[in-house]
Write a protein that binds this ligand. Structure first.
Ligand code: ADP
Length: 514
């Protein structure tokens, strides 16, 4: 008998029945295990699990109900279909069948047994069992699939959350455009930068809203080429904010496609490089200014020394000395230029730590005047200091450097027998210094410009007065780093006044000042 045949466990204490049903089922193609008692049946089941059990109800020792109860109590055996066989009629005991069904039996066969009926019921329940098993397996597969989908969904949600958090927190402009160039998305940084709300930009045409009109045709063309030829993945252009300000953005673009592969639009990530560009431009301008300024004395020096080397003035010692004087003067100027450039750079890039201390204003002015007194005397100029007393919290050397520079300028640009006055006023929230001369004055349009680097009113100033055009730029940097301001007022031909302020230190009595 093949083991792949359905296996039926037949349990009946009536040997004739056992024989009859067993023979019949075997002929019908089943593998039958026949036992005479419930106890034997349970022993068999512990060794091999049948596909179906035909169970007599009334048996000595252990009746069919008890066998069934025990089978249903065990996990391994609870699913085996049990069909009761009994001679107790429905009419004799109507609750009998119900009791069996309640215990988990699937069917009843009444004795005397109709073999055809047994076969039909066995076949039906085996089929039902097979179908149930199939359904259970399918159900398990479905449950597994649901679990996998649920996990996938959670992973997707997490990925989406991470992307969203990245888009919302990144300090870069992120813009999504559809294939027509209409805005589908702009991240909070982009909204902050442009000054719009999300409702104001959604659906707006990018080019018409954000691009200066003169750049629109070119950028529309670029957008088209990016979409359909995947070119221009990186470029820079200006965008307009809501207030009309222009910002320069460096873009990184990606073409987006829908699930069918059709072009859907672009996602662009942009960095605001306006500031960097400005710094870069300033740096370049500064380098070309410095190169120009350094070349002038160098060329002059080269000229003088070249003439000497060629022996042009070998027999004219006065002229040769004059050439050497020029070379020395230019050399000094070069030295001053390099020093000024270095100190300005150090100040501007915060490499100079201002070591501040409480200083008396009178002392600062006294030291500055002393440093410049000899030059003033040689130039025939008097320096008059208004007596005062106030305290400031400053790096003294730098303030003396500022005052000395202003005094030196005042001397350079004044005639003999004039007077320079230095004074201080106590303002409500600061100390105001002033250096006033009776010199040539400064044209109004130069009053602000002279605080820039290498700015001089007259191109001959550097040559004739030996300046570098960096002194006032250094003064401004020093004063600004002390939290003050510096500026000039002037009347052409009558003189100039340079002012600067420093924050007041502590409580100073106004009566003790000017
Ligand atoms: P430098 O004096 O070395 O040329 P500064 O930055 O100190 O450089 O001054 C810049 C320019 O401002 C001077 O070259 C001069 O043209 C003008 N200037 C500064 N101070 C005075 C002043 N007191 N009177 C007239 N012009 C002045």
């Amino acid at each position: 008998m093949s083991s792949s045949l359905p296996q039926i466990l037949l349990v009946d204490d009536t040997v004739a029945n056992l024989q009859l049903v067993s023979d019949f089922l075997m002929k019908a193609g089943f593998n039958v295990l026949a036992v005479k008692s419930g106890v034997q049946a349970l022993k068999i089941v512990a060794i091999t699990l049948p596909d179906l059990i035909l169970l007599d109800v009334v048996m000595p020792e252990m009746d069919g109900f008890e066998v069934c109860r025990r089978l249903k109590a065990q996990e391994e055996t609870q699913d085996i279909p049990v069909i009761f066989m009994t001679a107790v009629t429905d009419r004799a005991n109507p609750s009998y069948k119900i009791k069996g069904l309640k215990l988990g039996a699937v069917d009843y066969i009444s004795k005397p047994i109709q073999l055809e009926e047994v076969l039909l019921r066995v076949q039906t329940h085996l089929q039902l069992r097979a179908l149930t098993q199939q359904l259970t397996e399918q159900n398990a597969c479905l449950q597994q699939e649901i679990r996998v989908r649920h996990q996938t969904q959670q992973i997707l949600q997490e990925t989406e959350r991470r992307w969203r958090s990245l888009l919302e927190n990144v300090q870069l402009l992120v813009v999504g455009l559809d294939w027509q160039g209409d805005v589908e998305y702009m991240n909070p940084f982009g909204l902050g930068l442009t000054g719009y709300t999300s409702a104001e930009v959604f659906g707006k045409n990018w080019f018409n809203t954000f691009i200066p009109s003169s750049d629109q045709p070119q950028l529309k063309q670029t957008f088209h080429e990016l979409l359909y030829h995947n070119s221009y993945a990186y470029y820079q252009n200006s965008i307009l904010t809501k207030s009309g300000e222009e910002r320069l953005i460096a873009w990184n673009n990606t073409v987006l496609r829908d699930i069918t592969g059709a072009i859907a639009g672009i996602m662009s990530i942009g960095e605001d490089i306006t500031q960097r560009q400005a710094v870069e431009r300033m740096k370049n301008e500064f380098i070309s200014l410095v190169s120009h300024e350094l070349r002038t004395p160098l060329t002059s020096m080269r000229g003088s020394l070249g003439l000497l080397k060629m022996g042009v003035y070998d027999n004219q010692p006065d002229k040769a000395k004059r050439m050497l004087d020029i070379a020395v003067t230019d050399c000094d100027r070069l030295g001053r230029l390099v020093n000024d450039i270095l100190s300005l750079e150090r100040l501007d890039f915060g490499q100079v730590t201002l070591v501040k201390e409480v200083c008396d204003v009178a002392d600062l002015i006294k030291h500055s005047v002393e440093a410049i007194d000899a030059i003033a005397e040689a130039a025939g100029i008097a320096i008059q200091v208004t007596p005062l007393s106030a305290q400031v919290y400053v790096a003294p050397d730098t303030i003396i450097q500022t005052l000395t520079n202003l005094l030196s300028n005042a001397i350079k640009f004044s005639e003999r027998n004039t007077t320079i006055t230095v004074g201080v006023q106590h303002q409500s929230d600061c100390i105001l210094f002033h250096v006033t001369d009776q010199g040539r004055g400064i044209p109004t349009e130069h009053l602000e410009r002279i605080f820039g680097r290498f700015q001089q009113v007259d191109v001959s100033d550097s040559r004739q007065k030996g300046g570098t055009g960096l002194g006032l730029a250094i003064c401004r940097s020093i004063i600004q780093q002390h939290g003050g301001e510096i500026w000039a007022e002037s009347t052409l031909g009558s003189g100039s006044t340079f002012y600067f302020t420093l924050p007041v230190y502590g409580q100073t009595s106004p009566s003790s000042l000017l």
